[in-house]
Ligand binder design. Structure first.
Ligand code: SF4
Length: 243
């Protein structure tokens, strides 16, 4: 009796297993999107066809740069010579964000290349780094005529580019240079004098506001406070001059 039960139950199990295998085979045959050629050196995550969220995240920083190069969303596109997207290491641990390109930057299409840019380069060197080790960009990608302050509408239209840029680079630290950058990123009206000197958070990333190098050119005594802010950044990045 026991043997009969045993053999019946084995046969049932076998049948159920066969039926299960058939079902799985059938489902896989209808799910061609699950089959991918995997390049093990550069594995691509499996995804459903037309998955917009994944497609979005696959946009590279070069794609974004090209998109911004053709941007005509605000009136600055009519007066700019060049779009100033950003420059440096896209895998940098620190991103410096300024306000907007000036005349030299507009001419060359690169951020912080004028007198203020030279001062920023010196600050970066004082940290024991080179410009190629960091990433530098601005809130606005086009120069406001006569270096006037950015208008709220210009910031509103351009900021999504910066947001994507920062998401793609995903640095450990953002250093907001000057009042406009700090207030725009932190969505606050608090003056830079009260914001600087401590870390804040931007989309989960530590953000240190400090004075803009152009302000330092007019007020050299503020260099002391900038150096204090920079030292906090260096501590956070675990770097000492000469590292
Ligand atoms: S400033 Fe920004 S939003 Fe305006 S045209 Fe340039 S890239 Fe586009």
């Amino acid at each position: 009796m026991t043997d009969v039960l045993k053999s019946t139950s084995s046969a049932q199990i076998r049948e159920e297993l066969l039926s299960l295998v058939k079902t799985v085979k059938g489902q896989l045959a209808n799910a061609d999107h699950l089959y991918v050629n995997i390049d093990w050196k550069n594995p691509v995550p499996m995804r459903k066809k037309n998955d917009i969220s994944v497609a979005k995240s696959e946009k590279s920083i070069d794609d974004l740069c090209q998109e911004v190069a053709g941007c005509k969303q605000c009136s600055l596109s009519r007066t700019r010579k060049n779009v100033v997207f950003g420059d440096g290491d896209v895998q940098a641990g620190i991103v410096f964000v300024g306000e907007a390109p000036g005349a030299d930057e507009d001419e060359q299409g690169l951020p912080f290349v004028g007198r203020a840019g030279q001062l920023l380069t010196n600050i970066i060197k004082a940290m024991g780094l080179e410009r190629k080790d960091v990433y530098i960009c601005n809130i606005l990608k086009c120069r406001p005529p006569g270096n006037r302050n950015p208008l709220p509408d210009e910031i509103r239209l351009c900021e999504p580019y910066l947001k994507q840029q920062l998401q793609m680079i995903s640095p450990r630290i953002i250093c907001a240079l000057g009042s406009f950058a700090a207030k725009t990123l932190l969505k606050t009206e608090t003056p830079i004098t009260l914001l600087r000197g401590r870390f804040h958070r931007y989309e989960g990333i530590k953000l240190m506001p400090t004075y803009h190098p152009a302000y330092l050119l007019r007020n050299p005594s503020a260099k002391k406070q900038v150096w204090e802010d920079v030292q906090l950044i260096m501590k956070e990045l675990n770097i000492a001059k000469g590292d």
